[in-house]
Design a protein around this ligand. Structure first.
Ligand code: ADP
Ligand code: MG
Length: 440
C-alpha cells in the first residue's frame, strides 16, 4: 500500500465551537434556556429575562446567584469548562441542570456576548466581551453580586443559520414557552420577563406551586388544581393536576419535571393524560405540573443535545406509579361540589368542552395565543402593557352567556324534580350551597 498524505485534519477551535453551537443553540429560546439553567445552578433567587425582537437582537439574563471570580469568568467560555462535574461518578449522578460545559462556548461563538459578574463578597465586577468567540474586552467595573449575561445578534457571523431564525413573533412565543416552564418549575424563584421593554410578567416568590400557577395563568386556575403525591422505591411524584375546567383544545399547559428539569417524555405524558380516563372522553389537554424525583444514578440526562429527553432505568415502573397516582387523584375528585357560582360550574360540564368562559379579571385570549395571559397581573398593573402580541389578544371572547352554556341539550337530559341526568352518566342536583355533579 502506498503512503499518501493524510486528508484528515483536526478542526480549529472556533469551528469546533460553531459546530457544537449547531446542537446546543437551535434557536433563540435555546439560549434563554441555557442562561436560565446557569442562573438556577448558581443558586439565584431572583432572575430577570430581557429579550428584544423575539431574541434576534438581545437575550439577557440577570441573576443574583453566586457570581464568578475573574478567572472563572474567563474559563467559563472555554469548551468543556464546567464547575459542575469533575469525575465519571459525577456524570452518572447529575444534580445540576448544566454539566457539559458547552453552552457558553457555543453561544459566544455565534453571537456578541457581554458578561458582567461579581461574587457575593467581592468589591468589583468582571466585565468580559466576546464577538464570534473572540475575546474583545476584559475590564473591571462596578456591579451588584450575581451575573448578567447579554447575548446580542445571534448567528450574526453564521448567515446560513441566521436565515433559519423565524419571525420575531414566532421566536418570542418559543421564548415565552421556555420562560413559563421555569416559572412553573421554580415557584420559589422571583422571575421577571421583559420583552421589547414591556413587562410580560413579574412574579414574586410564590409560597406554593398552586400560588405560582394562579399568578401565571389567572384565576381560572384557582380551585381547579388537585395536588398529587406518592412515594415509592423508584420515584417520588408530586405537583398538581388540573380538573376538567383546565382542559383546553390545544397543548401548552402540560409541565413534567424530572429532578427539577423540564422534560419532554411522550410516554410519561401519556401516563398522566391516560389517567384522566373518561374525563377526557371529549379530547383536549388538561393543565398539569408534575414533578418526579428519581435517584440521579437511575436516570441518564446525557442522551439529548438540549437535555430535554432523558432515559430511565425503571421506565415502566415510573410510568405505572405516575399513572396510578394521577388516576387515584382524578377518581377521588369525581364528585365535585360546586359553589353557587354558575360561571365556575360551566367548565366541568361535559358538553361545554369547546367554548371558553370569560373570567372575572378579563377576557380569555383566543387559544392560539401563547400562555400566560396573566389577567390578574394586568388587573394589578393596568398601566403596564404586555408584549405586542399579547395586547392584540384583547379581542372579544366568544359571545356565549353562562346561562346559555348551562342549558343542557334536551336530547341528553332526563329531568326529575331538581335532579338531572346527562349522557346517561352525570347527575346534576341542586344542594343548598349550589350544585353537585356526580359522575355515576
Ligand atoms: P455548564 O452549565 O454545563 O457547566 P456553561 O457553558 O453553561 O456550562 O457554563 C460554564 C460555567 O460557567 C458553569 O459551570 C459555571 O461555573 C459558570 N457560569 C455560567 N453561568 C453562570 C452564572 N449565571 N452564575 C455563575 N456561574 C455561571
Ligand atoms: Mg450551563
Amino acid at each position: 500500500m502506498s503512503e499518501s498524505t493524510s486528508k484528515i485534519r483536526l478542526l480549529p477551535e472556533d469551528l469546533i465551537n460553531k459546530i457544537a453551537a449547531g446542537e446546543v443553540v437551535e434557536r433563540p429560546a435555546s439560549v434563554v434556556k441555557e442562561l436560565l439553567e446557569n442562573a438556577i445552578d448558581a443558586g439565584a433567587t431572583e432572575i430577570t429575562v430581557i429579550v428584544k425582537d423575539g431574541g434576534r437582537s438581545l437575550m439577557q439574563v440577570v441573576d443574583n446567584g453566586s457570581g464568578m471570580s475573574r478567572a472563572d469568568a474567563q474559563s467559563a467560555f472555554q469548551r468543556h469548562a464546567t464547575s459542575k462535574i469533575f469525575t465519571q461518578d459525577d456524570l452518572e449522578a447529575i444534580h445540576t441542570l448544566g454539566f457539559r460545559g458547552e453552552a457558553l462556548a457555543s453561544i459566544a461563538s455565534v453571537s456578541q456576548v457581554v458578561l458582567k459578574t461579581m461574587e457575593r463578597d467581592a468589591t468589583e465586577a468582571t466585565i468580559i466581551e466576546f464577538e464570534g468567540g473572540t475575546l474583545t474586552d476584559l475590564r473591571i467595573g462596578a456591579s451588584t453580586p450575581g451575573t448578567s449575561l447579554a447575548v446580542k445578534n445571534l448567528f450574526f457571523n453564521t448567515p446560513g443559520r441566521r436565515k433559519f431564525i423565524k419571525s420575531a413573533t414566532t421566536e418570542y412565543r418559543q421564548i415565552l414557552a421556555t420562560v413559563n416552564r421555569f416559572a412553573v418549575g421554580y415557584p420559589a424563584i422571583q422571575l421577571t420577563f421583559i420583552h421589547n421593554d414591556e413587562v410580560i410578567f413579574d412574579m414574586p416568590i410564590a409560597a406554593s406551586l398552586e400560588e405560582r400557577v394562579v399568578t401565571l395563568y389567572g384565576s381560572r386556575m384557582r380551585d381547579a388544581l388537585l395536588p398529587i403525591h406518592d412515594k415509592g422505591p423508584a420515584c417520588e411524584v408530586s405537583g398538581v393536576v388540573g380538573k376538567q375546567s383546565t382542559v383546553r383544545q390545544q397543548r401548552g399547559e402540560q409541565f413534567l419535571f424530572l429532578n427539577s428539569r423540564y422534560i419532554a417524555d411522550r410516554s410519561l405524558n401519556h401516563a398522566i393524560v391516560s389517567a384522566y380516563g373518561e374525563v377526557l372522553a371529549h379530547g383536549g389537554f388538561p393543565f398539569y405540573a408534575v414533578f418526579l424525583q428519581v435517584d440521579p444514578t437511575r436516570v441518564d440526562v446525557n442522551v439529548h443535545p438540549s437535555k430535554m429527553e432523558v432515559k430511565f432505568a425503571d421506565d415502566r415502573l415510573i410510568y405505572a406509579i405516575l399513572r396510578n397516582t394521577v388516576r387515584q387523584t382524578i377518581n377521588s375528585a369525581a364528585v365535585i361540589p360546586i359553589e353557587s357560582n354558575l360561571i365556575r360550574a360551566v367548565p366541568i360540564m361535559p358538553w361545554t368542552a369547546a367554548p371558553e368562559i370569560p373570567n372575572e379579571a378579563g377576557p380569555t385570549p383566543p387559544s392560539s395565543l401563547p400562555a400566560p395571559f396573566m389577567p390578574e397581573f394586568r388587573a394589578k398593573h393596568p398601566g403596564r402593557q404586555l408584549g405586542f402580541e399579547l395586547s392584540r389578544a384583547q379581542s372579544k371572547p366568544p359571545e356565549i352567556g353562562p346561562m346559555e352554556l348551562l342549558e343542557p341539550k334536551p336530547e341528553h337530559t332526563v329531568e326529575r324534580a331538581n335532579v338531572w341526568q346527562i349522557h346517561n352518566r352525570y347527575i346534576l342536583s341542586q344542594i343548598p350551597s349550589g350544585l353537585v355533579i356526580i359522575d355515576q
